[in-house]
Design a binder for this molecule. Sequence first.
Ligand SMILES: [Zn+2]
Ligand SMILES: [Zn+2]
Ligand SMILES: [Zn+2]
Length: 342
Amino acid sequence: MEQCLKKSYQPGSMLSLALTKGLINEPGQNSCFLNSAVQVLWQLDIFRRSLRQLSGHFCLGDACIFCALKSIFSQFQQSRERVLPSDSLRNALAETFKDEQRFQLGLMDDAAECFENILEKIHLHIESDSATDSCTSKSCITHQKFAMMLYEQFVCRCCGASSDPHPFTEFVHYVSTTALCQQVDRLLGKTERLRSDMFGELLQAANNTGDLRSCPSDCGQSIKIRRVLMNCPEIVTIGFVWDAEQSDLTDDVIRAIGPRLNLTGLFNRVTDENAKRSELHLVGMICFSSKHYSAFAYHTKSSKWMFFDDATVKEVRIPLSLFTLTMCWAVMTSTYRLIHVR
Ligand SMILES: [Zn+2]
Ligand SMILES: [Zn+2]
Ligand SMILES: [Zn+2]
């Protein structure tokens, strides 16, 4: 076991990659969904540093996701082991979601929802009394760094009538892969090839597909939904919803994924000035294949992409080309980090 783990760990540069470690997933544990989410969170510098600076929180003891995550992170930093257990967080998650029968021990679960729920619980551990849509706490990493504050509205282009704006907050922006691929086909009918800067527009078009309503003033027009972003999130996560168990769209989705994302492309309108000029870069992906999750994450210090498959940690060249080599991969989430504001 030890030998095998050592072999599968291929360090690029010992110094810079010393902080990348694998996570144990014993047979029957089915913890790959959690391990993948934790690896992406750990590699997000903004998240890692912010969590380190926080200490005060509403503690739930054995069921405390905040403490469990902090303990894994401090082990990532201090332990000499190359592979660590994630049991404390697995147990806390199972205890927290006992009543809902989700994330229970030994059972496989959804990595994107796990990622999203960890963020939501961190908010509750910091700001227990504020509703998740109205949190303004400066120390809440979840809302300060990850939240997309949006409102939806139907506006008629013909008569100008509009529905009441519906404000909401999301940490993961979900997009149907079927709708995404339809938009790719539509675009390829018009242009020769996909440009990598079109990804945001493709996602927006996919998200708006089918969201038609009749005009609120009954002018007879069918009108589309508009989604408006009101803040400038530092981290944006896209969740891909696979509408069918067996999808032949994997290649198309992978080809559509862009390394950069503009918020003005992703939403119908962006009101925040920084968000208008921002460019986000792909820094993490959680993938699902053969009933198993693994993750890719960008290691900033060494400028390298790392592949995390439970105990196995490898440096990979370019993740997107690796995807085309292993066709069976399905991307579940892709996480983007704000790099600069033009
Ligand atoms: Zn705690
Ligand atoms: Zn919050
Ligand atoms: Zn109208």
